[in-house]
Structure formats: C-alpha cells, structure tokens
Design a protein around this ligand. Structure first.
Ligand code: FAD
Ligand code: NAD
Length: 478
C-alpha cells in the first residue's frame, strides 16, 4: 500500500523546502523526500545552499573579510593591533554552528507547517508514484496528485584534475581546509572561484585562478567586469585568462598544475587546488523513462516557463531546470509551482532575478547588460555613478566601484542595473523592485534618498542616465 499525498516534493534544498512549506500553507497534504543524512539516519535539510553553498561560504567570507579589514584598514582609523592571527578551526566551528542553526530551522518549519518528512532517495515512476529507498535499503511507495522534482546540482569534475578531497577539492572541500594554504590554485574564475579564492586569499594564501576563457566574467556588464578585474588584481588575486589546465600531479604535500597559455605549456606548484568549473543538474536515477519526464543532453529537466515538465502533474524547479543556478530563483519557482498546484496561475518574472558575487566589494546585477541590449538592437541610455563621489562611501573607506542604470531610450523604463561596490547586492535589490513595478529612470530621479547613504549612488546613476547627475560632471551637457 502506498501513502497518498496531494504533493510529494523530492529534495529539500531552497527550491524544494520552500515549495513544500508553501504547499502546506495552502492546505495541501504534502510530503518531502530527502536523501541527505547526518550519518545516523536523520535527514539533513537545506540542500547545497544551507549545507555546503550559500551560507557556509558567506560565513567564511565574513570571517576572512573581518581579518583582512583588521590587517589592512584598521590603521586608517587609528586603530592599532599588536598581533593578529587566525584560528582556522574556530572559524570553521563558527561556520558549522550557523549551518546547523539554519538546517535545524528548516526542520522546525517543515514540522510546524505539517509537512511529512520521508528520509531516503526518491525516484519518480510512471503514474506519479515515488519509490523512496532509505539508508537501510527499505523501500517505501508514495503516490501523489502532483510531484515536484527539486534534486539540485553537484560540482562538475574535469579529467585533468580529479578531486581527491585532500589536495584537489571541489567547493565543498574548499570550505573545510584545516589551515590556510601558502599557495592555492583555483580552476575556474567564476562565482565560486572568486568567492572561495577571496576567502583564503584574505587569510594570507597566494591565490592563482586559471580561467579557460579569454574574457573575465563575460556574463556581467562589461564595464563591471573591467572594474572587477582591476579591483581583484589590487587585492592580489592572480587571474590567468585563456589558461586551460591540462594535467595535475599530486605529490607529497602538494600538486603540480600544468596549464596551456598562448599555446605554451606552463607548470605551477600549489599546496591545494580548488576545481570550480561549474555545476551540473543531479538528475541521474531521479525518474524512470516511463515516468514521462524528459531532459536535455546536459541533464536539465525540460520545463516550460511555469516549471511544468512533459509528464502530467510533474513539476521541476531549482538547479535541475534552465536558468541561473541560484537559491532565490529556485525558491521563487517553488512558490510559483505551489500556487499553480493550488489553482492560482502566478508567473515568476525571470527578467528580474538578481545575481550577486559576494566578493569585497560585492558585484550585483539585474536585467540586461549593455552588450546584450546592443546585440538585441535596443535603443537605450545608460548612466553610472562612482562610489568615490558618495560621502558615505568615503566615510567608510569603500570607494571602489559604481552603480550603473540602463533605461530604454524611448520609454525611459529601467531595463537593467549593475553595481560593484559597497552593499551592491542591496542596491541592486532596489532596482529589482523598480523593474518589477515597471519603473523609469525618471521615477528614481524624483525620489528622495536618505543622506548620507550608499543608496545615493542609485539616485545619482538614475540622474546620470539623462546627464543630470548633481555630484559629478556629466558626460554631455543637456
Ligand atoms: P539543492 O540545494 O542542491 O538541494 C537539492 C536537495 O535534494 C539536496 O538536499 C539533496 O540531498 C536532495 N536530493 C537529491 N536527489 C534526491 C533524491 N533522489 N531523493 C531525495 N533527495 C534528493 N546561490 C545563491 O543564490 N547565492 C549564493 O550566495 C550561493 N552561493 C553558493 C556557494 C557555493 C559554494 C555553492 C556550491 C553554491 C552556491 N549557490 C548560491 C547556489 C545554490 O546553492 C543553489 O542554486 C541552490 O542550492 C539550488 O537549490 P536546489 O533546491 O535546486 O538544490
Ligand atoms: P561558474 O559557471 O560561475 O564559473 C565556472 C568558470 O570556470 C567559468 O568562468 C568557466 O569558463 C571556467 N571553466 C570551465 N571549465 C574550465 C577549465 N577546464 N579550465 C579553466 N576554467 C574553466 O561556475 P561555479 O563558479 O563553479 O559556480 C557554479 C554555480 O553555482 C554557478 O552557476 C552559480 O550560479 C552558483 N553559485 C552562485 C553563487 C552566488 O550566487 N553568489 C556563489 C557560488 C555559486
């Protein structure tokens, strides 16, 4: 006999657990299946994001930022520190405590909302039946009117650098180094490479990033990528573009990396090497062929804009479907699917999903870049404003970077916003709200921004769109 539910969600990452809670809030009988355990058969909730992704990486980014601030900038404020050290085990213990607090919090929320938790590996079969195999090998059958697949993603491995979880690690291993490496290599100068490279670099590691592409952060607005490259170089990150790692050799206490650069093979020695070349959807054995679910050649489940798969009553959300692999994108897909199951046809606006790189300074973006608009032949106007001319930024000693706003040349509607600098993530969130409400550059120009705040850079960038910035000379006279 199988247990019957309105909704069965497979996976309790930020996509799955939010979907399950929302379904339960809407009065649907909901179960969530999770295979991750604490080793004692107890399910661990929160997926990649809470356990080995967003949260632990941000905990280490904050610890290492404080360390670097004390070393490099406290003197500017007249604060003297006689000796400074980092106790890596305490830093990791703090991170682990934050992770436990949050994963425990998800467990309580599931319980509070009446979601049934089923520990084990779920597999969707024909007719929306889900077979769940627990750690002991016992199988339980669940049936549901709706099944939501939310099994997430895992790091991509590359043959020249096999992860041994000791010297060569993926992002998970890079959150657990027991000491600061003297020399750290990173394959991939993408989001993870920059964030985790920054953590260990701030604590004293000499960091070299190998990026196969000739361009740096090509998905970002080109003006932002250029500024970011300048800032990271100043911070001591050695970013080698057009550098493809072809071989690694692990030997006692380190690794020799061979990479090709401008047609030549070069070697470099490191204590540790992080492989951060992207992530792939975790869809192996997630569903049987006769379930009706289909996927592309890279393993992403086929869905439409509303996360409906090709099997009736089966939905897929988060990292296993198209779009950016971001926690908040998966969570909002989870809410959309719950609402649709309950009968309300809400639609997530994929044009307004912000993305952030949590380096220091932060890099954040929403909407179109200038290069995308050029390629699409859209007539636009852009304005940017540097933090160096913002009083609050000067007072904080945070003068690198700028805010940039792009608006439609005819309608004035905001099409994109890009920022590198202090609080960039929060400033771009203001632009998400503006864009969701169909706001224009003029709307922002006519609003009152508190003084002195970093937000004044948003106001001035909006004024700069029409060459009306007050606190800098404008490019053109009006
Ligand atoms: P996941 O979080 O991967 O969760 C999937 C869950 O499903 C897991 O718990 C897994 O055990 C379970 N599961 C899988 N298969 C089965 C099965 N068959 N049966 C039962 N359970 C199963 N994103 C951001 O937005 N901001 C950040 O700052 C950020 N930082 C990151 C830092 C790092 C180092 C990494 C690696 C990622 C980061 N991300 C960040 C990305 C973010 O973690 C993912 O986009 C997000 O976790 C995806 O959510 P998800 O629910 O789709 O999948
Ligand atoms: P990524 O796609 O951001 O970067 C991978 C980089 O590796 C790319 O620049 C790529 O050109 C390069 N690369 C690929 N193969 C290579 C090779 N053989 N040699 C050298 N370089 C190579 O992927 P990631 O940094 O691994 O992150 C994975 C996902 O996790 C991202 O999609 C991101 O959305 C998500 N994530 C988000 C955050 C955040 O929101 N702050 C943080 C971490 C991770």
């Amino acid at each position: 006999m199988s247990e019957a539910y309105d909704v069965v969600v497979i996976g309790s990452g930020p996509a799955g657990y939010v979907c399950a809670i929302k379904c339960a809030q809407l009065g649907l009988q909901t179960a969530i299946v999770e295979s991750w355990t604490d080793g004692k058969g107890k399910p661990v909730f929160g997926g990649t994001c809470l356990n080995v992704g967003c949260i632990p990486s941000k905990a280490l980014l904050d610890s290492s930022h404080k360390f670097a601030e004390a070393r490099d900038h406290f003197g500017d404020h007249g604060i003297g520190i006689k000796s400074q050290s980092i106790d890596v085990s305490s830093m990791l213990a703090r991170k682990n405590k934050i992770v436990s607090q949050l994963t425990g919090g998800v467990s309580s929320l599931l319980q509070h909302n009446g979601v049934t938790v089923v520990q084990g590996r779920g597999q969707l079969k024909a007719g929306r039946s889900v077979a769940v195999t627990d750690e002991s090998g016992a199988v339980k059958e669940l049936s549901a009117t709706n099944v939501v697949l939310a099994s997430g993603s895992e790091p991509i491995n590359i043959p020249p650098a096999p992860v041994d979880n000791d010297v060569i690690v993926d992002s998970t291993g890079a959150l657990e180094f027991d000491e600061v490496p003297e020399r750290l290599g990173v394959i991939g100068a993408g989001v993870i490479g920059l964030e985790l490279g920054s953590v260990w670099g701030r604590l004293g590691a000499e960091v070299v990033l190998f990026e196969a592409l000739d361009s740096f952060l090509p998905m970002m607005d080109a003006q932002v990528s250029k500024e970011a490259a300048k800032v990271f170089k100043k911070q001591g990150l050695d970013i080698k573009l057009g550098a493809r790692v072809v071989k690694t050799e692990v030997k006692k206490g380190g690794v020799t990396v061979t990479y090709s650069e401008k047609g030549e093979e070069v070697t470099a020695e490191f204590d540790r090497l992080i492989v951060a070349v992207g992530r792939k959807p975790r869809t192996q054995d997630l569903f049987t062929e006769d379930s009706g679910v289909t996927m592309d050649e890279r393993g992403f489940v086929f869905v439409n804009d509303s996360c409906v798969t090709e099997a009736p009553g089966v939905w897929a959300i988060g990292d296993i479907v198209r779009g950016p692999m971001l926690a908040h994108k998966g969570s909002e897909e989870g809410v959309m699917v719950a609402e649709r199951i309950h009968g309300k046809p809400v639609q997530l606006n994929y044009d307004c999903v912000p993305s952030i790189i949590y380096t220091h300074p932060e890099i954040a973006a929403v909407g179109k870049t200038e290069q995308e608009l050029k390629a699409e032949g859209v007539d636009y106007k852009a304005g940017s404003f540097p933090f160096a001319a913002i009083g609050r930024a000067l007072a904080s000693g945070e003068t690198d970077g700028f805010v940039k706003i792009i608006a439609d040349a005819k309608t004035d509607r905001v099409l994109g916003a890009h920022a590198i600098g202090p609080a960039a993530a929060d400033l771009v969130q203001q632009m998400v709200i503006t864009m969701e409400f169909g706001g224009s550059a003029e709307d922002l120009q006519l609003m009152v921004f508190g003084h002195p705040t970093m937000s004044e850079a948003v106001h001035e960038a909006a004024l700069a769109v029409d060459n009306m910035a007050i606190h800098m000379p404008n490019r053109k006279k009006r």
